[in-house]
Design a protein around this ligand. Structure first.
Ligand SMILES: *[C@@H]1O[C@H](CO)[C@@H](O)[C@H](O)[C@H]1NC(C)=O
Ligand SMILES: *[C@@H]1O[C@H](CO)[C@@H](O)[C@H](O)[C@H]1NC(C)=O
Ligand SMILES: *[C@@H]1O[C@H](CO)[C@@H](O)[C@H](O)[C@H]1NC(C)=O
Ligand SMILES: *[C@@H]1O[C@H](CO)[C@@H](O)[C@H](O)[C@H]1NC(C)=O
Ligand SMILES: *[C@@H]1O[C@H](CO)[C@@H](O)[C@H](O)[C@H]1NC(C)=O
Ligand SMILES: *[C@@H]1O[C@H](CO)[C@@H](O)[C@H](O)[C@H]1NC(C)=O
Ligand SMILES: *[C@@H]1O[C@H](CO)[C@@H](O)[C@H](O)[C@H]1NC(C)=O
Length: 481
């Protein structure tokens, strides 16, 4: 998986990106606190990158009486220490971020030598160069590309060095002291010239390629995938950056736009935690749409699924006690039910609860001795269920509870009968046989996008809540990853 710092930087920077043409299905809001966390991780990478500064050998000559012309050179320079102790990342509304580094310190060790016309006067020694008060300021423009991937470009980079000190040691130290001023100047120039290109390089060559290859879809199973591309460039305000993601399920084979659009999402005004998430009911409803149109919301109920101690078994004599024609027409046979969702099972989020009202058809068959199915009746059933949604360690989790079942007889092959006779059986089948299957159907409940790794979720202090049209949760990380 590569360098964990790089990944974290990607994670956090990727989270900082996001716009307004299309409402998102999923929003990640990164606050100043979240950015501070990202900065700590990013600085580790940047510091390593800047320590790659190349210090060129430096030579020159000067006149020193009575020696005459003295040729000197400074060489074999190596960075001994590179520290960027103070850094700050700030939000630049409508643009992106600004990274400011102050109080940077570099120590370089190297060798020096000199030669004069008088060949018996020559020498060499070592030196230590200390660069203090290095400051760097760079803007980071956040955007999104055509494929919905985040982009980040460096802009307005500048840097300044406060102080350069060369400490020379060796026999002819007094001599070297005569020309150290020009050394200070040359090295300061050499370092200042390289900082901004190296910062840009870190971003463009290390970070951008990662962003450019970030997946924007993830396969869920053989039917569906989820699209979490950015819906546009990230809106940046003085308090936060919003990453607005599509959050839309689609069919792998046949992607068609869902016949409904995402509602507006609003995140809380509170900015005290690092990250806030909002998941629109749109995400769940596109999942429902995809599985329903793919014909995957079909459940088969057979007698062996009915608990032995339940009074109504799936056989014609058992159903005959409710509807006598069934056992008269098909004596002593087992039965089978097909439960099919007839429309997208829409989920509605309200403060405190989620309701889902799937419309289903229940087709009942008698299984003839030669295995042929003989149709008995067709019911349409509207179930109102209460979904409990939450976020546990790594994913959005859901659990359904039935609150109401309404039935109507659509068609009968066994003559008219009152559907209310079937209430107990249908309620039982839905609650004890269908529901556990739905509850165990993970794709419908959504997967957290790739960026929300288990690791992040484990470290987080989370708060979850349901609001109009959305599930919100927020987290803050106590420790570094
Ligand atoms: C794709 O899906 C649409 C809408 O669900 C449907 O009308 C169309 O027939 C499908 N096409 C294929 C090739 O499955
Ligand atoms: C049927 O048995 C299960 C355990 O197998 C039990 O949990 C349930 O309460 C029983 N139901 C009835 C109606 O006796
Ligand atoms: C049908 O189910 C009843 C229980 O409801 C059971 O007593 C009976 O043996 C079953 N008949 C067949 C043919 O499976
Ligand atoms: C769900 O929330 C709505 C709005 O607060 C409320 O009217 C309804 O009674 C709640 N339903 C349940 C079953 O709690
Ligand atoms: C199965 O049996 C039924 C009734 O006995 C008959 O109508 C039907 O044609 C048979 N089907 C097959 C495939 O043999
Ligand atoms: C999270 O949910 C999954 C699926 O419901 C469950 O298996 C797992 O134990 C849960 N983890 C925690 C920490 O609650
Ligand atoms: C049954 O289906 C019809 C449309 O076919 C619908 O108008 C009606 O509301 C449904 N009834 C129930 C109880 O789901």
């Amino acid at each position: 998986m590569g360098n964990p710092h790089t990944l974290t930087l990607t994670l956090t920077l990727a989270l900082c990106l996001g716009a307004d043409a299309v409402n998102p299905g999923f929003v990640v809001r990164l606050t100043q606190k979240g950015l501070d966390y990202a900065r700590q991780q990013g600085m580790v990478v940047l510091q390593l990158q800047l320590a790659k500064i190349h210090l060129p050998d430096f030579s020159g000559s000067t006149h020193v009486s009575p020696l005459g012309k003295v040729k000197y050179s400074f060489h074999s320079m190596a960075i001994h220490s590179f520290q960027l102790p103070n850094s700050q990342v700030s939000l630049v509304p409508k643009v992106g971020l600004k990274l400011s580094i102050t109080g940077g310190f570099i120590q370089v060790d190297g060798q020096w030598k000199f030669k004069t016309k008088l060949h018996f006067i020559s020498g060499h020694g070592s030196f230590v160069l200390k660069v203090q008060g290095l400051s760097i300021s760079v803007g980071l423009k956040l955007g999104s590309d055509g494929s919905g991937r985040p982009t980040i470009y460096p802009s307005d980079c500048s840097n300044h060095i406060g102080d350069v000190n060369v400490h020379i040691s060796g026999k002819y130290k007094w001599l070297a002291d005569l020309f150290h001023r020009s050394i200070d100047k040359a090295l300061r120039k050499a370092i200042e010239k390289q900082i901004c290109p190296l910062v840009s390089e870190s971003i463009l060559q290390r970070l951008e390629p990662i962003l450019q290859t970030l997946p924007v879809t993830a396969s869920i199973d053989n039917v569906a995938a989820i699209d979490y591309s950015l819906t546009g460039p990230p809106p940046v305000t003085a308090e936060c950056v919003d990453v607005q993601l599509k959050g839309e399920f689609f069919n792998h084979v046949n992607r068609t736009a869902p016949p409904f659009s995402p509602p507006a999402l609003s995140l809380p005004v509170d900015h005290s935690l690092m990250v806030y998430f909002g998941v629109s009911e749109y995400l769940f409803n596109t999942a429902g749409y995809v599985y329903q149109t793919a014909g995957r919301l079909v459940f088969t109920v057979t007698n062996n699924m009915i608990p032995k101690n339940f009074s109504i078994h799936l056989n014609t004599s058992s159903f005959g006690t409710l509807i006598p024609q069934i056992s008269k027409m098909y004596p002593n046979m087992l039965m089978k039910l097909y439960i099919t969702s007839t429309s997208t099972p829409f989920l509605t989020m309200k403060p405190g609860n989620v309701t889902i009202s799937p419309m289903t058809d229940i087709e009942a068959y008698a299984i003839l001795p030669n295995r042929t199915l003989a149709p008995l009746f067709l019911l349409n059933v509207t179930t109102t269920a209460l979904a409990k949604l939450g976020v546990n360690a790594s994913r959005i989790v859901g659990h359904l509870e039935i609150s109401r079942v309404q039935m109507a007889l659509k068609h009968s092959d066994v003559g008219p009968f009152s559907v209310s006779l079937l209430n107990a059986a249908v309620n039982f089948y839905i609650a004890h046989i269908i529901l556990p299957q739905v509850n165990a159907f993970p794709p419908v409940w959504g997967q957290c996008p790739l960026w929300l790794t288990n690791r992040v979720m484990e470290l987080a202090n989370q708060r979850t809540g349901l609001f109009a049209n959305q599930l919100k949760w927020s987290l803050t990380l106590d420790r570094l990853l």
